[in-house]
Design a protein around this ligand. Structure first.
Ligand SMILES: NC(=O)c1ccc[n+]([C@@H]2O[C@H](COP(=O)([O-])OP(=O)(O)OC[C@H]3O[C@@H](n4cnc5c(N)ncnc54)[C@H](O)[C@@H]3O)[C@@H](O)[C@H]2O)c1
Length: 283
C-alpha cells in the first residue's frame, strides 16, 4: 500500500473494531505502517488473526483479538488482552457495522400491486428483530466499545475516537431504514461524545464514506452475473465524480483526524468522503 504521507503514531495503541472487514483491515495496515501498535478486533477471530499476521509479516506490530461489539463481556476480555500486550488504548476506531437483507425492503416506494404478495417484503413486513439487529450492530456496537476503551484515554495526550457514519446519515437511502437510522444516530452520537469528552482530552470525529463497492453492499450493487444493478447506475449518476471511491481514498481523511499534530482543534465533525454525492441536488 502506498501512503501519501505518514503521521507519527510511534508507540500509539490503536484499537480497530470490525478490523477484519474490507475497509478496516486496510485502515489497520495503513496505521501499522505509521509505527502504531494495532489491535484488530473482530467477531471473525480467524480473519482478525490473519490480518494481524499479514501486518506482522510486513514488519509492523499487530494482534488479532476475538471481540463481539454487542457484548460488553467480550469487549472487556479483548480489552484485557490488549492491556497486557500493548497497554492503554490511545485511538479507537469503531468500524464494526453493516446492513442485513432482512432489514431491507424489496421496493424503493410502497407498491400497492405487490403488497401482500408472497415473497414481497414491504415496510410492513420488516420484522422488529431484524430491524433492531441492524440498528444495534451499528449503534450499540459503537456505544459499548467506546464505554470500555475511552476509559483508557481520559487525559491521555492525543487520544481520539473515530466513528464510521455514512451518506445515509445526511439523507436516508431507499430500502435500508434500519441502517440509515443507525448511521444518523452515529453522526449525532459523535457530536454528543465530542462535547462530553472535550474537557477530558479525547477528540471524537466521524468519517462518512460515500459509495465504495465492498463485501457488505455487493448484493445491492452487482447482479450475480457481475453486471451493475439499477442502484449502481443511480449512485454513479448522483456522484458528481461519476465513479465509486477506491477504499484507499479514505486514508488521507483518517490520518488527518487521528493525527493530533494535524487536527488537535477538530472534534465533533463528520467528514464526507464521497466524490461530491452529499453536495449534489441531482439537478
Ligand atoms: N463499504 C461502504 O461502502 C461503506 C460506506 C459507508 C459506511 N461504511 C461503514 O464502514 C464500516 C466498515 O464497512 P466494510 O464495508 O468494511 O464492511 P465489512 O462487512 O467488510 O466489515 C465489517 C466487519 O465487522 C465485523 N463484525 C460484524 N459484526 C460484528 C460484531 N458483532 N462484533 C465485531 N465485529 C463484527 C465483520 O466480521 C466484518 O469483518 C461499517 O461500519 C460500514 O457500515 C461502509
Amino acid at each position: 500500500m502506498k501512503l501519501s504521507y505518514k503521521p507519527n503514531l510511534k508507540g500509539k495503541v490503536v484499537v480497530i473494531t470490525g478490523g477484519a472487514g474490507v475497509l478496516c483491515s486496510m485502515f489497520a495496515k495503513a496505521i501499522a505502517m505509521c509505527q502504531a501498535k494495532v489491535a484488530v478486533l473482530d467477531l471473525n477471530e480467524d480473519k482478525a488473526k490473519e490480518i494481524a499476521m499479514d501486518i506482522v509479516n510486513m514488519g509492523y506490530q499487530a494482534i488479532g483479538v476475538k471481540c463481539n461489539v454487542l457484548e460488553k463481556e467480550s469487549i472487556e476480555e479483548a480489552h484485557q488482552v490488549i492491556l497486557k500486550k500493548y497497554g492503554k488504548c490511545d485511538i479507537l476506531i469503531n468500524g464494526a457495522g453493516g446492513n442485513n437483507p432482512k432489514a431491507t425492503t424489496d421496493d424503493e416506494f410502497f407498491n400497492k400491486e405487490k403488497f401482500g404478495q408472497n415473497g414481497n417484503k414491504s415496510f410492513f413486513d420488516l420484522d422488529p428483530v431484524s430491524f433492531n439487529f441492524v440498528f444495534g450492530l451499528n449503534f450499540t456496537g459503537t456505544l459499548l466499545p467506546t464505554q470500555i476503551f475511552a476509559q483508557d484515554m481520559i487525559e491521555k495526550e492525543g487520544s481520539n475516537i473515530i466513528n464510521i457514519s455514512s451518506m445515509n446519515a445526511f439523507k436516508p437511502l431507499t430500502k435500508i431504514p434500519a441502517y440509515s437510522a443507525a448511521k444518523a444516530a452515529i453522526s449525532n452520537f459523535t457530536q454528543w461524545l465530542a462535547v462530553y469528552f472535550a474537557k477530558s482530552g479525547i477528540r471524537v470525529n466521524a468519517m462518512a464514506p460515500g459509495f465504495f463497492s465492498t463485501e457488505q453492499n455487493k448484493n445491492l450493487l452487482w447482479n450475480s452475473d457481475g453486471t451493475p444493478t439499477p442502484r449502481t447506475h443511480k449512485i454513479l449518476n448522483n456522484t458528481p465524480m461519476g465513479r465509486f471511491g477506491e477504499a484507499e481514498e479514505l486514508i488521507g481523511t483518517l490520518f488527518w483526524l487521528i493525527d493530533n499534530d494535524a487536527s488537535s482543534f477538530v472534534t465533533g465533525v463528520v467528514v464526507p468522503i464521497d466524490g461530491g454525492f452529499s453536495a449534489y441536488s441531482g439537478v
